[in-house]
Each structure stands twice: as structure tokens, then as C-alpha cells.
Design a protein around this ligand. Structure first.
Ligand SMILES: [Ca+2]
Ligand SMILES: [Ca+2]
Length: 186
């Protein structure tokens, strides 16, 4: 799935932020990610998204998955594409209830539009968020299952790719790091 070279470069990143390979706590994680160009104000959410088992630490396997998921060069289909869709879901599920509701979609849409340099007027953001929730959700919220289905099949235009680009300042991240590359055979 991930080449040896990629794994090695992610591993050295991880090692640069931790001591003796110990899992990262929130503070160390925030330092590492902001040094990599992520916005500090988003690091709490990134931490939640990386910390898959929610034990309060990001260990190396979690870091590897998160790093690949944040990389906008990650292949959009297949297992890594799905990891990324999971990652975005966890990032924007602010209250952690397992659904993306309208209020959470507002954040996602704002970041999506920012990432694409589209106007960020409140009216447009609200309209688009409402559209997403109506199209992919039921009872006003999008489940993980629907989200994965919505994110999966359409490569360049997919919701997940645009969101991933915007949440990390995408291109920047990829250009600077080339952290990870999914095997294009999925
Ligand atoms: Ca963990
Ligand atoms: Ca939620």
C-alpha cells in the first residue's frame, strides 16, 4: 500500500516530533503539525482525526494513516481514498456523534470554498451546506456510511478531495512534503 520510501519519510517526521518513538500527546502533535504548515487553530480537530482509537495519543501507525489521508496526492479510490474520507469525517464531526450535521457542514463547506478560492459569503456557504445535507443526509445529518459512499467514486470532483485540499492547505502540504503516495492500483 505505502512504499518503503514513503513510510521512511513519514517515520522520520514522526520521530522528529517525539522522543524514543513514544506516541504523541496533543501538545507535541500540535507543535509537529504547525511546524509542517497546518494551522494551529485546526490542530485539535486534526488530533481527534488522527487519534483513531481515541486514547489521547497518536502513535506511529495512526500518524502514518493520518499523514497519507491528509496528502492530496493520495489516490482517490481504493483503500487509501476510503481512509481519507474517514479522516475528513472525523475532522469535521466536531461533536463526535458519528454524524455530520448542518452546523458541521458549514465548517467543511467554508474550508472547501477557501481551498478553491471561491467566495465565502455566508449565504453561499449556508446554501451549499444545506445542499450537501439534503443530498447525502437523512434527518438533517450525514452518517459515516453515506459520507463514504458520497466520497468514494468520483476522483477529481469528489467531495473528499476538495475537503482534504482545503483542510491542510493541500497543495502546499503536498509540495513541501510528498509525504505519502498511495499505490495507484489501490
Ligand atoms: Ca491513539
Ligand atoms: Ca457531528
Amino acid at each position: 500500500m505505502v512504499s518503503g520510501e514513503t513510510a521512511a519519510s513519514v517515520q522520520s517526521l514522526f520521530a522528529s516530533g517525539t522522543t524514543h518513538g513514544k506516541p504523541l500527546g496533543q501538545a507535541g502533535f500540535t507543535e509537529l503539525l504547525s511546524a509542517m504548515g497546518a494551522k494551529r487553530e485546526y490542530c485539535t480537530q486534526y488530533f481527534k482525526a488522527f487519534d483513531q482509537d481515541a486514547d489521547g495519543h497518536v502513535d506511529y501507525p495512526e500518524f502514518l494513516v493520518g499523514a497519507v489521508a491528509m496528502d492530496n496526492q493520495t489516490y482517490h479510490g481504493g483503500a487509501w481514498g476510503e481512509q481519507r474520507a474517514h479522516f475528513i469525517f472525523r475532522t469535521y464531526d466536531l461533536n463526535g456523534d458519528g454524524y455530520l450535521d448542518y452546523g458541521e457542514m458549514l465548517h467543511l463547506v467554508r474550508h472547501l470554498r477557501r481551498g478553491r478560492s471561491l467566495p465565502e459569503s455566508v449565504a453561499e456557504i449556508e446554501a451549499q451546506a444545506r445542499e450537501f445535507v439534503e443530498e447525502f443526509g437523512s434527518d438533517g445529518a450525514i452518517s459515516l456510511e453515506s459520507w463514504l459512499a458520497a466520497s468514494a467514486p468520483v476522483p477529481s470532483a469528489s467531495v473528499s478531495s476538495t475537503c482534504a485540499n482545503s483542510i491542510v492547505g493541500g497543495a502546499e502540504w503536498a509540495a513541501k512534503r510528498s509525504v505519502a503516495r498511495a499505490n495507484s492500483s489501490g
